[in-house]
Design a protein around this ligand. Structure first.
Ligand SMILES: Nc1ncnc2c1ncn2[C@@H]1O[C@H](COP(=O)(O)OP(=O)(O)OP(=O)(O)O)[C@@H](O)[C@H]1O
Ligand SMILES: [Mg+2]
Length: 318
């Protein structure tokens, strides 16, 4: 069955399907959602899909990018201001919260919200009342909040940059978008879909990716995730539309691994290394990075899950 989610969020990997299924379930329930993921993993796309599938889909979705505004402007952008509330406040401004009334408020890059605004936002989330700057009494506004960040908010809480109470209030339903390098098999699927869509948009014939090119792209670590893949699709379409693409036709950054990168040459230090210790240490780091998920840790290390299990036993790591 296709619906908004399947049309928007392309990918067949179990890693993506799991989070899409969770998003589909929470879309219908009026709860706060916190989307986390690296840059370019589709957080905004997912927020739109959730709004589109929710009971509020006919009402507006208002977005505020907390990273894009200077600190002094965020509060008035969110809550609005009355004319004359401060120098330069020439007209009444309703603010993004009111603009989203009945619908969804998308707080993008929530990790960048200044601490003083965090306090005011928390108050709004707890009592549903929004007070414009210069307004005597707060007003009830009904919105559903979706927030997104590429930061580790718990780390930000520990560092004192994000309020713990606000974190818990937002983190009712956390959704984790996996990085593209951890979505098994999604690179060719996305490549095909994005190329088809872009080819239609530009009225150009799509390039034909050959197995050797697909292999190179499937191994590439995609630091910019789906956004980077989409940009590549557009570049190849415009430069090589209608042609067969081999690995040698790909831009250099995809075929030449970065030094010390995943496929790069690791330089042995003069004094040598203790290989077993290094291996045990890397395994521990992979487990830490994946919060103990052995399948994902194995993938980060280029091992099968069984081989990782064997080595965990060997080094007595658990
Ligand atoms: N699963 C997907 N299927 C199709 N397109 C996708 C998918 N995920 C992301 N994209 C596309 O990739 C681009 C980046 O997505 P989006 O802006 O949602 O990422 P983001 O996580 O919000 O990134 P940032 O943290 O940098 O703001 C967009 O063009 C979006 O349409
Ligand atoms: Mg975004």
């Amino acid at each position: 069955m296709t619906n908004d989610f399947d049309d928007l969020l392309i990918g067949e990997s179990p890693e993506l399907r799991a989070v899409v299924n969770a998003a589909r379930i929470v879309a219908h329930v009026d709860v706060t959602v916190l989307i986390h993921g690296e840059s370019g993993t589709g957080k905004e796309l997912m927020a739109r899909a959730i709004h589109g599938a929710s009971l509020r889909s006919q009402a507006p979705m208002a977005t505020i990018n907390c990273a894009a505004l200077p600190e002094q402007l965020i509060e008035s952008e969110l809550f609005g201001h009355r004319r004359g509330a401060f120098t330069g406040a020439l007209t009444h401004q309703p603010g993004r919260i009111r603009a989203a009334a009945g619908g969804t408020l998308f707080l993008d890059e929530i990790g960048e919200l200044p601490l003083n605004c965090q306090a005011k936002l928390l108050r709004f989330l707890e009592c549903g009342e929004s007070q414009a700057i210069g307004q005597a009494t707060p007003e009830r506004v009904d919105v559903r909040v979706i927030a997104a960040t590429n930061r580790d908010l718990q780390g930000e809480v520990r560092a004192g940059r994000f309020r713990k109470d606000l974190f818990f209030r937002l983190n009712v339903v956390p959704l984790e978008l996996p990085p593209l390098r951890e979505r098994q098999g999604d690179v060719p699927v996305l490549l095909r879909h994005l190329t088809e869509a872009l080819a239609r948009q530009h009225g150009l014939p799509g390039p034909d990716y050959q197995p050797d090119a697909l292999q190179v792209l499937s191994r590439y670590p995609w630091p910019g995730n789906v956004r980077e893949l989409r940009n590549l699709c557009e570049r190849m379409l415009i430069l090589l539309g209608g042609q067969a693409i081999h690995a040698t036709n790909l831009p250099k950054e995809f075929t030449e691994p970065p030094v010390n990168g995943p496929e790069g040459d690791f330089a042995l230090p003069e004094q040598g290394v203790h290989l077993a210790q290094l291996e045990a240490d890397l395994i521990r780091q992979a487990l830490e990075k994946t919060l103990g998920n052995r399948t994902r840790a194995a993938r980060l290390l280029g091992l099968s899950r069984d081989t990782l299990q064997y080595r965990l036993k060997k080094y007595a790591i658990n």
